[in-house]
Design a protein around this ligand. Structure first.
Ligand code: C2O
Ligand code: CU
Ligand code: CU
Length: 503
């Protein structure tokens, strides 16, 4: 027997010392907070709603819901009673009509993350608010040349986004390929996390968790704890993975299987790229191709240090200020057994990715993402010496020194032009920066030359680092937002407005 690698030890650590196998019922284990969740059930996928005659029309109800999570009763919030909500499956050129009803006690609304659709009126409008008890009819019209990929939907009512997403309000959107990729099966895997208290209610969030960005105590895949997937050897699967966690980064690893990256956020790579791990910031998606090999493999989310506030707090005195440094988490097991399947057809090369380098740049902007003590803004790295526990502190989350104001237009751009944006981070924590409607081409990520065209709609800007992107503000004039996708940061003000105006 070969000694365990560090990675295997980390993977084992997720189950904790208290792990016990309980018959056929699955695996029970104890979390650090001593609350037991049960896992090991067969994976369930959300219901799929597909368009017909170029239209997908649906009712979507956001409501408090009592469900089972990992064998425990849980009071969460869901779309249409299930966690995640239904998967919406459409093709380029389709129209999605959503009759949304708010049965929550707080205002809400709906955002279609990553879709290239109109941000105005009853489109993907983040400034709308649906009051409790009210309904609203959304319409999203996808252009004929919309890029295929895995997208998602979630509420976007400022001040309530982290609470509502953490409570269970999210679902996947699939925009189909124009040229299909031959696979034995496709799976939609929505990853989220939550914390329950002893009576199964969502745990209260304290001020420190809000500042760090909350990470739930249990990580779910399609609302399940450590589910089980099965396949035959030599099959090809396509996994569409959504990081719907409010703040948690996922560094995904699957040992013992061949893994290729097919898509990152939008579109697809012309040739899938062999990988050993992939990092998803909150809001990111990936599509993976798995060529199965006999055996049992575990999809692990390895620890990700995303910075912390130690350096602002004078170091160490605030308890655990560095989220994401805990043990690895097991997301699910893949069991590959039985007779080998027929070797799948090769994956046809996809169209080349667009490259905005070489197109004229009509404007340049710098957006600085910062955290500081309110009242001492503007200075860098404001310290918090002598402020005690920090529970009463007022930390401001800003972009270019300002908190979100829906009335103010922070970034005017001319519709139809390309701009270069430099995203800087003068804080000691990473911020995953997201822009609605128009995807970003990363041309400089701080350490590496980005030679291949690389497109994302959430771009991680590391602590004290910077990233440069190109954006083509085309197809839709209108006003929308960009923000940190650590949703607690967004709710606390780390969001700005952009308006594409007709030139
Ligand atoms: Cu996924 Cu503005 O959000
Ligand atoms: Cu979005
Ligand atoms: Cu942030």
């Amino acid at each position: 027997m070969s000694p365990l690698t560090r990675r295997q030890l980390l993977a084992l650590g997720a189950a904790g010392a208290g792990a016990t196998i309980v018959g056929g019922a699955g695996l029970w284990w104890t979390t650090s907070s001593s609350r037991g969740y049960m896992g090991g059930q067969d994976l369930i996928e959300p219901q799929v709603l597909s368009s017909r005659d170029r239209v997908l029309a649906l009712d979507l109800e956001a409501a408090p819901t009592r469900i089972q999570v990992g064998g425990r009763e849980a009071s969460v919030q869901t779309f249409n009673g299930s966690l995640p909500g239904p998967t919406l499956r459409v093709a380029p050129g389709d129209t999605i009509r959503v009759a949304m009803t708010n049965r929550l006690e707080a205002p809400t609304n709906l955002h279609v993350h990553g879709l290239h659709v109109c941000p105005e009126g009853n489109g993907d409008n983040p400034f709308l608010s649906i009051a409790p008890g009210e309904s609203f009819d959304y319409e999203f019209v996808l252009p004929e040349d919309h890029l295929p990929g895995t997208y998602w939907y979630h509420p976007h009512r400022h001040g309530h986004v982290a609470d509502q997403v953490a409570a269970g309000l999210y679902g996947a959107i699939i925009v189909e390929d124009t040229e299909p990729v031959p696979v034995a099966r496709e799976r939609v895997l929505v990853v989220s996390d939550l914390s329950l208290d002893a009576s199964g209610n969502l745990a209260e969030i304290d001020r420190m968790q809000q500042m760090m960005g909350r990470e739930g105590e249990v990580v779910l895949v399609n609302g399940q704890v450590r589910p089980r997937l099965t396949a035959a050897p030599e099959e090809r699967e396509r996994w569409r993975i959504v990081n719907a966690c409010p703040s948690r980064y996922l560094r995904l690893q699957l040992e013992g299987q061949q893994v290729r990256l097919l898509s990152r956020d939008l579109g697809r790579l012309p040739v899938p790229e062999e990988i050993t791990e992939v990092l998803l910031a909150p809001g990111n998606r990936v599509e993976l191709l798995i060529e199965t090999t006999e055996g049992s493999a575990v999809l692990v989310a390895a620890p990700v240090g995303r910075g912390g506030m130690d350096s602002m707090m004078g170091g160490g005195m605030m308890g655990d200020n560095n989220p994401g440094n805990d043990d690895a988490t097991e997301l699910f097991t893949l069991e590959v057994t039985g007779d080998a399947a027929q070797t799948p057809q090769p994956v046809p090369a996809g169209p080349a990715l667009r490259d905005l380098r070489g197109e004229p740049v009509a404007g340049r902007k710098t957006l600085d993402f910062a955290m500081g003590m309110a009242g001492s803004m503007g200075g860098d790295g404001a310290t918090m010496g002598g402020m005690g526990s920090g529970e009463n502190s007022v930390m401001a989350f800003t972009i270019n020194g300002q908190e979100f104001d829906p009335e103010r237009t922070d970034a005017p751009v001319t519709a139809g032009t390309v701009e270069e944006w430099t995203l800087t981070n003068s804080s000691p924590m990473d911020h995953p920066v997201h822009l609605h409607v128009w995807p970003m081409q990363i041309i400089d990520d701080g350490d590496r030359d980005v030679s291949e065209p690389r497109w994302q709609d959430v771009v991680n800007v590391p602590a004290r680092g910077q990233v440069k992107v190109l954006i083509a503000f085309e197809d839709f004039p209108g006003r929308t937002v960009y923000h940190c996708h650590i949703l607690d940061h967004e709710d606390q003000g780390m969001m700005g407005t952009v308006e594409a105006r007709r030139g």
